[in-house]
Design a protein. Structure first.
Length: 64
């Protein structure tokens, strides 16, 4: 009788563990899907305009 009780208890604990793991896994997947599924990435920041290096007028290097 004690052996049968022990076997039943072990089987019951195994099934309960599998159920708990299944529930935790499904909740984690649902939370992940909820938190990341609806978010869109933001727009990238526009780079600042490049200031001119030299403001002098362009003239030929050699006189002709």
């Amino acid at each position: 009788m004690a052996k049968k009780t022990s076997e039943c208890r072990d089987k019951l604990l195994q099934e309960a563990g599998e159920m708990a793991d299944s529930i935790l896994l499904s909740e984690a997947r649902m939370d992940l899907r909820d938190s990341l599924g609806r978010q869109r990435p933001g727009r990238p920041v526009k780079p600042l305009p490049v200031p001119p290096i030299d403001s002098l007028a362009v003239k030929p290097l050699f006189d002709q």
